[in-house]
Design a protein around this ligand. Structure first.
Ligand SMILES: *[C@@H]1O[C@H](CO)[C@@H](O)[C@H](O)[C@H]1NC(C)=O
Length: 632
């Protein structure tokens, strides 16, 4: 019998291959939660466009075929229908009058024990948290459970009980080549538990059952992802994480989400410490300057910069020479290794080049960058590998042994490249950073960007709004406060996402200074949370599930929200964890809190964080700086 899903298997193979080339690791948690057989509706998060279905399909346990929803109107053309069906898609007829009709394809797939995959957020988006979970998946699963109960004859044996499985897909950095992804499956949710209410004849009961089931799956998705009330809190938490672990790769992927959420919760605490607003500001300034200068904290951390690269003073000659020696050393080590890598590098160079172009096309759309990189890179590889194969084969007189040798060689080169690329990519980035820092500290200080011109680069950019999100339906957020009860309106994002790219050599000293100040601020935060009388018994905010897991407590607050329909009262659950426990928790998982202090000890720490330095660089203010601010 021909394989009905041959295209699906083929696409999955190609996608797996592309993902291996793009990611360092895709880490799966909770695969034992996924039923091996039987009908299941898989609900997954959707924050990275086509990468999400690719990760979900290729890494799904037991290689189960996943059926994705596609618009029913596409299925009218027989050729398109064959392609879509073979790729595993099932039609959803959004114009259908009743839900039986709407979910016909879904019910059919489930009745054969199939797995249906849904992105309940409805669209791929970039927000600091999960903002909407629609109830289509719950409707489909409950319609199926009802069908199985009323018409057992229409159901294949073994397909009687349908489950909902949640898949939370988190990216350590969703745009970055060689980053990691984590996919966590929650415990399966048995739909039967909601069926009585769904089938009750009472007015509105079915809808209420659907709402409850949706809430249950949403909760699982939230607990396995990172959710922040706003961009600033998310960015501050990210920056703190980068400073504490130097590189996200130092974090065990099992802990990545809990660590990130713990930091988000920490920075969500109102009046955390007396100077918490200033601390957050320092972190955001450093985050933003890194964004503007296209440097990363991990690369700066990997360069053993001398303490005397003190951004507040003229750089003494020994420090300049030290930076130069770093550059020479890194270049030499790269050149020594280059011959070992040059072959695969040249072979893959066109793919890199086009992947970069792909990312450029989506420069202002964080979402689409990874997808473009993968697709452009993949297309090139699909040209490069076969061409290399035929070239080698021709060289070997098109013999059958020659074909075997050629295919082995191409495979080995591809594997060798993937094995070495992480290391070499890191080295290349370091080399470039060392070079830029060298230029930055060798140029006269008066060329540094003035503080007034710098201001626009110290506020992090936020992604453009996604028009598919219905802001009026977005639920109020957790605001753990006794005073503020009205959730803030969604932040206005009229400000252009774009801004002029600064001449980064004039930013280097500012970046170094911001780094020192952010580290110092973070060190002071942890000192206050851990030591001294104020730390005694201090509690910090926590997501409810983390409060439960780490010995905190839960509090219910009755709040009111202004909605379109008037003032709505609701209860929100807030968790609290002991500040000392949180610090110990982070330390246990590798946070280098002590190193944070060391980094700023000595000369740097003795300086006041602002003041004189500003005046020094103000002297260097040039006319075009002024034009810069007024014209933008
Ligand atoms: C991802 O990495 C890029 C540079 O490689 C950086 O500019 C960006 O801020 C990072 N994003 C996150 C979410 O950390």
């Amino acid at each position: 019998m021909p394989d009905a899903y041959i295209l699906h298997r083929l696409l999955r193979r190609v996608a797996a291959w592309a993902l291996v080339a793009f990611f360092t690791e895709i880490h799966i948690i909770g695969s034992e939660n996924v039923p091996r057989k039987g009908p299941v509706v898989v609900t997954a998060t959707h924050h990275n466009m086509m990468i999400d279905p690719a990760v979900l399909s290729t890494m799904f346990p037991y290689q189960r075929i996943l059926h994705f929803w596609a618009k029913a109107s596409l299925f009218t053309n027989p050729v398109v229908k064959y392609i879509l069906t073979s790729a595993g898609n099932i039609p959803v007829d959004r114009k259908a009058k009743d839900r039986k009709q709407l979910f016909r394809g879904t019910l059919h797939a489930l009745s054969h024990g199939g797995a249906v995959a849904v992105f309940p957020e409805g669209t791929s988006y970039t927000e600091p948290r999960i903002v909407q979970v629609k109830d289509g998946a719950a409707w489909a699963a409950l319609e199926y459970a009802k069908l199985a109960k009323e018409h057992p004859d229409q159901i294949a044996s073994g397909a009687e009980r349908v489950m909902i499985a949640t898949a939370a897909i988190v990216y350590t950095n969703k745009t970055k080549y060689r980053s990691n992804a984590i996919m966590e499956f929650g415990p399966p949710i048995p739909v039967d538990a909601f069926l009585d209410q769904f089938m009750s004849s009472e007015e509105g009961a079915a809808r209420a059952a659907v709402k409850r089931l949706t809430a249950a799956l949403e909760q699982q998705l939230i607990e396995a992802t990172i959710n922040a009330p706003d961009w600033d809190t998310l960015y501050a938490a990210r920056m703190a994480r980068d400073l504490l672990w130097d590189d996200e790769r130092n974090i065990n992927l099992d802990d990545f989400v809990v660590i990130s959420q713990t930091l988000v919760d920490l920075f969500s605490t109102p009046d955390l410490v007396p100077n918490s607003a200033a601390i957050k500001r320092q972190l955001l300034t450093y985050y933003s300057l890194l964004q503007s200068s296209k440097l990363t904290n991990s690369v700066l951390a990997s360069l053993p910069l001398p303490d005397t690269l003190d951004p507040h003073r003229p750089i003494p000659l020994p420090s300049r020479l030290f930076t130069l020696s770093l550059l020479i050393r890194d270049s030499l080590s790269l050149f020594i290794r280059l011959p070992l890598f040059i072959g695969p590098l040249l072979l893959h160079a066109p793919a890199y080049f086009f992947a970069r172009i792909g990312a450029r096309l989506a420069e202002d759309e964080e979402e689409a960058q990874a997808q473009n990189k993968v697709v452009f890179g993949l297309l090139l590889l699909l040209l490069i590998y076969p061409m290399t194969f035929f070239f080698l084969w021709a060289f070997l007189w098109y013999s059958s042994v020659g074909a075997l040798i050629s295919i082995t060689l191409v495979t080995l080169v591809a594997m060798y490249h993937n094995k070495l690329v992480n290391d070499n990519y890191e080295r290349a980035k370091r080399l470039i950073a060392a070079w830029r820092i060298l230029v930055g500290v060798w140029i006269p200080k008066k060329w540094d960007m003035s503080m007034s011109a710098l201001a626009q680069y110290t506020i992090p950019l936020i992604p453009a709004e996604n028009e598919w999100i219905d802001r009026s339906k977005v639920k109020p957020i957790r605001i753990p406060s006794q005073t503020a009860v009205i959730p803030p309106a969604p932040p206005a994002r009229s400000a252009s996402y774009k801004r002029r790219r600064p001449p980064t050599r004039r930013l280097i000293r500012h970046v170094l200074r911001a780094r020192a100040e952010a580290a110092k601020a973070l060190a002071s935060l942890f000192a206050q949370l851990e030591k001294g009388p104020a730390a005694e018994g201090k509690q910090v905010c926590a997501s409810a599930h983390l409060a439960r897991a780490y010995g905190g407590y839960i509090e219910e607050q009755s709040l009111q929200a202004d909605t379109k329909e008037g003032v709505e009262a609701f209860v929100q659950i807030i968790g609290w964890r002991s500040a000392r426990e949180v610090v110990a928790f982070l330390r246990q998982r590798g946070a280098r809190i002590a190193a944070l202090g060391n980094r700023v000890e000595g000369e740097w720490a003795a300086l006041s964080s602002d003041g004189e330095s500003d005046t020094v660089s103000m002297e260097g203010e040039k006319e075009d700086d002024v034009v810069w601010i007024t014209s933008s």
